[in-house]
Design a protein around this ligand. Sequence first.
Ligand code: PLP
Length: 391
Amino acid sequence: MTRERSQPLISAAQGRPGDDPIFLLNAEAKSRAEKGESILNATLGVLMSDDGSVPMKRAAAYAPILGEAAFLRAVIDDLFGASPLAGRALAAATPGGTGAIHHSIVNFLEVGQALLTTSYYWGPYRTIAEHTGRSVETFEMFDAVGRFDLAAFARALARQLARQERALILLNFPCHNPTGYSLDESEWAGIAEIVRAAGEKGPVAFLLDHAYARFGNASGPNWTKHAERMLETATVLVAWTASKSFAQYGARVGALVAVHPDPAQRAAIQAALGFSCRGTWSNCNHLGQLAITTLLVDRDLRARAEREREALILLLRERVEAFNRDATRAGLRYPRYEGGFFVSVFTEDAERTAQSMRERGVYVVPMKGAVRLALCSTPAADVPRLVQALR
Ligand code: PLP
């Protein structure tokens, strides 16, 4: 007998009216007007000229609450390309990856529950969780030989699922912030199997924070193949952002992509996300969505953006290589580091390490058990000084 899949959304998020009633009326009025009917559209709170236009027409007008359809399609294609996941995905525009993390937390965790992430993690995960009445629980990220600790992950997930009867896993790969770690093929396979097995016991959502996707090793593991395994029982979510990949941090263009095999669940998730958009920021930056869509779908502009990004990746690679060379020579302890904006160096007393580095004029970020170095803002020529101060 096949077991019925559990409801991925929390109870309050099920059956949400995904379309805002005002935007729904506006869309209907516009569509009838476009077909030639005489329509008086007095729905939206937009100061229009008498001919019904807004300056810079499309960009200045509100974007649809869920985001521009072409933008959402382009993001899904960017993530999944020809993979079968593309046909099972939906998306909502969000202000950067931050917004996508927010929407995942409020729709896939009940108030009072905790998300599960690695022992080193990006601080705002906690801010968002606490701000929305949830919390963060962690598992030991590295095992004794410095690899992703699959056993610790499996234990923590099983414990959490037994207690909460649902789980939201939040992992940030490749180029994890703050450690710089990227998963290899066997670590991805291990995670996928643990998620798949957990999904048999209750609703499990796996959220990949993909902020640094374009800065990972291009010939590294293909995570989508592993996501297919997770999808057998779990929901897969991806926080996509243009902040780092298009160096458009301030444009606040991002999306939450959700993958689920069941069309009815996809519709419910889409409605829940639309409701959350209206209940937080309403619509996202329209100009930003149009611009990033063009950069994703226009062949020439896409190639140009890729060339510009390649120059940034090379700049970063030079720093990463300089750091790996000097840090290995200096005997520093740090995770496998193949690229990315940050790396962390382990130290027992991070506050003291950071303090003594400050006395040498070198500023890094202390955390529990390590200090974080932003190589994204450290020229290669300064790496020897950084390593010397660390030593
Ligand atoms: N996730 C991680 C790990 C980050 O470091 C950042 C930004 O620093 C983000 C997500 C989200 O960035 P944004 O909201 O600009 O997309």
